[in-house]
Design a protein around this ligand. Structure first.
Ligand code: FMN
Length: 147
């Protein structure tokens, strides 16, 4: 199964995390896209999607995820049979901790996609670096869904 990694970022952390996942999954058929350049209508049931999304403003999506989200809202593609796992980024100093990834997961599932695996929530205020958490998480996801 091919893996499609989509990231939505504001300041680049989600992008770095997504790039690191590509390295970790080097034994898989992986492609990487900025959500700014990806049409959600291209999500295929034959691919496994990994969505990496941070949080900005007051619990909002990062700028890089907005066009993708708007296309989901406007076009309402039928995502039945599409599987995705979500790695969110945020900071627990905010009441709206990791809301961006939750908004994105909620929209995808409302259109019929199936979220699988643990919904990861990286915390910038915690001790664990985003790439380290992402590496452990994506290895678990790969063992569960890509082997
Ligand atoms: C101006 C600003 C607003 C933020 N708002 C939130 C928020 O509402 N909730 C949250 O969990 N994290 C929030 N964060 C934290 C970011 O989501 C976190 O630092 C993340 O790792 C950034 O990823 P990025 O560089 O890919 O955008 C905010 C950060 C900044 C700088």
């Amino acid at each position: 199964m091919a893996v499609v990694i989509l990231y939505g970022s504001e300041a680049g952390t989600a992008e770095q995390v997504a790039e690191h996942m590509v390295d970790v999954l080097s034994d898989q058929d992986v492609s990487l896209y900025d959500m700014m350049e990806y049409d959600p209508g291209d999500m295929e049931t034959s691919d496994f999607h990994i969505v990496v999304c941070s949080t900005y403003g007051d619990g909002e999506l990062p700028t890089g995820a907005e066009p993708f989200f708007e296309a989901l809202e406007d076009d309402e593609p039928d995502l039945s049979g599409v599987q995705f796992a979500l790695f969110g980024l945020g900071d627990s100093v905010y009441d709206t901790f990791n809301r961006g990834g939750e908004i994105m997961a909620g929209k995808l599932t409302s259109l019929g996609a199936e979220q699988v695996g643990e919904h990861a929530r990286h915390d910038s205020s915690g001790d664990v670096k985003p790439k380290a958490q992402a590496e452990e998480w994506v290895r678990t996801i790969a063992a569960e869904f890509l082997s």
